[in-house]
Design a protein around this ligand. Structure first.
Ligand code: 5GP
Ligand code: MN
Length: 325
């Protein structure tokens, strides 16, 4: 197996040899995967490449300000051929969703990612499990490609770095984040405006959904584990989309004395989507992996078959065993 490390020169060489490039984000797209894709679109266009952006999922409303977000397409199966497919922030092949079909119409494949659980599934794998965001790696990639930052690229990279570091609060936040931030500020980054959009403004359905999630809150093991759930009825009753549930698990985790938290939501097709969180030094990715999920030590996810209560019981059991293990 290839070694897990940053390989910006290898990715740059693949990019230089390619003309038509497909850049792919992960399902349930977040600020990092979309910030990286839109930054790469701007950079590759500057290099004279033909760039297409793909994601098996809708861009969350909160991220539609990203320059080029409107260019992102769900693959139809008719795309291609491409000289290079580049996945950004996609921790494993399953998270490509329908973008996985682009592999067969791409002459070469590469990825840039920061998930320690990444199985290095492309031809070229620039993967650094210790990077706080894939956007940090994209900054370095642009340097190697000799593409200067612009105010638009700065908006994309800030979105990736700030969202994946919990607005510069997670343990993963490091000096590299801040030295890049210094460069982004020199590009007239509208920090206060973007900070409000990304971390303070909430759509009304999201606030209503929060009320339902808090109504379902339960504590176990003397409050060390907290769980919340959202049913289809909850989403429908609040006119909410799945994206409106994306950060709600933190309300459970933020209880003093709580070490691990779960938010289980009924997704489409009878599937249950779990958001799992832990406070350092506890970890939760091993619990997620036991059910075929994955992610980061303190922020992981699982998608599994329902029904909701039965799936929650299984994951809760594993969390209790982990807590006492
Ligand atoms: P969230 O709870 O915010 O949806 O996801 C947290 C992290 O867990 C994501 O950054 C992603 O790495 C990972 N993750 C979420 N859902 C899944 C899933 O269904 N499968 C895998 N392998 N990872 C997931
Ligand atoms: Mn990421």
């Amino acid at each position: 197996m290839t070694e897990m490390s940053r390989k910006p020169e290898a990715v740059a060489e693949a990019i230089r040899k390619a003309q038509r490039i497909a850049v792919c984000s992960h399902v349930n797209p977040d600020g990092d995967t979309l910030g990286c894709a839109t930054a790469m679109r701007l950079a590759l266009t500057k290099l004279g490449k033909e760039v297409s952006l793909f994601c098996d999922g809708k861009v969350p409303d909160v991220l539609t300000f990203l320059p080029g977000a409107e260019e992102i397409r769900i693959p139809t199966g008719k795309e291609g051929p491409f000289d290079l497919m580049l996945a950004v922030d996609v921790s494993d092949e399953k998270r490509l969703g329908s973008c996985t079909a682009l592999r067969t119409v791409s002459a070469h494949t590469a990825q840039i990612d920061h998930h320690p659980t990444n199985p290095l599934y492309m031809e070229i794998n620039s993967v650094d499990g210790s990077a706080p965001a894939t956007a940090v790696m994209i900054r370095e990639q642009l340097k190697v490609l000799d593409v200067d930052l612009t105010p638009e690229i700065a908006v994309c990279l800030y979105t990736g770095i700030s969202t994946d570091t919990g607005n510069f609060s997670f343990a993963s936040t490091n000096a590299e984040c801040f030295s890049i931030m210094s460069e982004l500020m020199e590009q007239q980054l509208p920090l206060a405006r973007l900070n409000r959009i990304l971390f303070r403004d909430h759509a009304m359905p999201q606030v209503k959904l929060l009320s339902r999630a808090l109504g379902s809150l339960k504590y176990f093991e003397n409050g060390q584990i907290a769980t919340m759930k959202l049913t289809r009825d909850d989403f429908n009753g609040c006119h909410a989309l799945s994206e409106h549930a994306d950060t709600l698990v933190n309300y459970a985790l933020d209880t003093i004395g709580t070490r691990m938290a779960m938010l289980a939501r009924e997704a489409g097709g009878g599937k249950i989507k779990f958001s799992l969180r832990a406070k350092e030094p506890d970890t939760i990715n091993d619990v997620a992996q036991a059910f075929g999920g994955g992610g980061h030590p303190q922020a992981s996810g699982i998608t599994m078959d329902g029904p909701l209560e039965a799936a929650m019981d299984k994951v809760l059991d594993a969390m209790i065993r982990k807590l006492n293990g």
